[in-house]
Design a protein around this ligand. Structure first.
Ligand SMILES: Cc1cc2nc3c(=O)[nH]c(=O)nc-3n(C[C@H](O)[C@H](O)[C@H](O)COP(=O)(O)OP(=O)(O)OC[C@H]3O[C@@H](n4cnc5c(N)ncnc54)[C@H](O)[C@@H]3O)c2cc1C
Length: 372
């Protein structure tokens, strides 16, 4: 075998896995089609370290988020990655939202998030004088992280462990052999290369379903639907009025968690993301200026100081959803595929939020699935 372990995709999750497995194995290769890491979903998100509040009890999303959050804070401290444990409020702006936030607190408690408190108007006014809410959940363990520095640090770790990264190379074919897999690569000069690997880890984000199909593991239930999320920016100087993350109550089936207010490490504030399932899987990162009205109306409920011209279009990201529009929430799909006759092939599909928060716990989880 040319490689022991090949990981497809250098987003934050593929990088974390590569760094983790290269501690225990030699000949680890990370393959990425772009010229550098994190050119897709991993650099088009809210950069929030989620507490693990919303996800169904016992799901991978819930378990890996709660564990990943702790690991990520420790990792950031040890490796000088900029982060801010700023906390977050989930606000009830009408009477009928109060039972919803009470229910959220219970779900979170069952998921091991036991540090939430429900606070009243006077305490809300102390913490966020510019925010309107009747009641709010305060989540002290939520924060933000500089995702670029985090990915750079994972990449450095991988290289220091003796692993290798191959950029500008797209995996175009995977053939199962008696032992291991033959992988076909197409580089940016249209050269084709083939090599063999005992283990293949598919961490290809938006095209992870396609990479799985290459190995003969097509599955209609695991087809990715591109689900776009757009952001608007809160123009200075009003960005200074917000000190922590502020969220409305979430959409009922977690297609999104509501247009929220996210602060950035550099002090900026953005609003979003909204939720739009795209008609087809195209990389559409355009921000729609005509959505400004909807963003304004949705956030003004809890930011009464907001005026229409305080917003400007910012950026967009695309969620790799396996949940179809209107369906119940789906969990991360992370499996070693021996049962489907592909031993040593590990699939990660539908790694939407909280994938960034969970990158280190996902990496540990995947490490345990490797059996060579
Ligand atoms: C709008 C939005 C907001 C979000 N906010 C948060 C948040 O606040 N907190 C949080 O925890 N999570 C958040 N997430 C989720 C988080 O961004 C993702 O879970 C995470 O970035 C997924 O990382 P990844 O490595 O799996 O995928 P990606 O970053 O998509 O990386 C996959 C990589 O695989 C490469 N690739 C694909 N196919 C091939 C191939 N055939 N050959 C070679 N390379 C290939 C791609 O080029 C890409 O670089 C958000 C997501 C979105 C869209």
């Amino acid at each position: 075998m040319d490689a022991q372990i090949t990981i497809v995709g250098a987003g934050v999750v593929g990088l974390a896995i590569a760094e983790r497995v290269s501690r225990d194995f030699s000949d680890v290769f990370l393959i990425e089609k772009h010229a550098t890491f994190g050119q897709e979903t991993s650099s088009r998100n809210s950069e929030v370290i989620h507490a693990g509040i919303y996800y169904p009890m016992g799901s991978l999303k819930s378990r890996l988020c709660v564990e990943g959050k702790r690991l990520l804070y420790d990792y950031c401290k040890e490796n000088d990655i900029p982060f801010n444990n700023c906390g977050k409020l989930i606000v009830a702006t009408s009477g009928d939202e109060i039972p919803i936030i009470e229910a959220i607190q219970k779900t979170a408690f069952n998921n091991g998030v036991d540090d939430l408190s429900i606070i009243e108007r006077d305490r809300i006014a102390e913490l966020e004088p510019s925010v309107f809410a009747l009641k709010a959940i305060l989540s002290p363990s939520t924060g933000i992280v500089d995702s670029h520095s985090l990915m750079k640090s994972y990449e450095t770790g991988l290289l220091n462990n003796g692993g290798q990264i191959v950029y500008r190379s797209e995996v175009t074919g995977i053939r199962r052999m008696a032992e291991g897999y033959e992988i076909t690569l197409l580089d940016s000069d249209n050269n084709i290369f083939r090599f063999t690997s005992r283990v293949v880890i598919n961490s290809a984000g938006l095209t992870s379903d396609k990479v799985s199909e290459m190995a003969g593991l097509g599955d209609d239930k695991l087809k990715i639907k591109f689900c776009k999320g757009e952001y608007f920016r809160l123009n200075p100087p009003k960005n200074r009025l917000i000190n922590r993350l502020v969220y409305p109550v979430p959409v009922h089936n977690l297609e999104g968690i509501g247009i929220h207010v996210t602060i950035e490490i550099g002090g900026g504030v953005k609003l979003g993301p909204d939720v739009t399932y795209l008609q087809s899987n195209i990389y559409d990162y355009k921000v729609t200026p005509s959505k400004q009205e909807a963003f304004f109306k949705s956030v003004r409920k809890f930011l009464p100081f907001l005026e229409y011209d305080d917003l400007s279009p910012d950026m967009a990201g695309i969620r790799p959803k396996i949940q179809r529009q209107g369906d119940p929430v789906m969990d991360f799909y992370i499996r070693e595929e021996s049962e489907r006759r592909c031993p040593g092939f590990i699939n990660l599909i539908g790694i939407e939020s909280p994938g960034l928060t969970s990158s280190l716990s996902i990496a540990n989880y995947v490490r345990k699935l490797i059996n060579i």
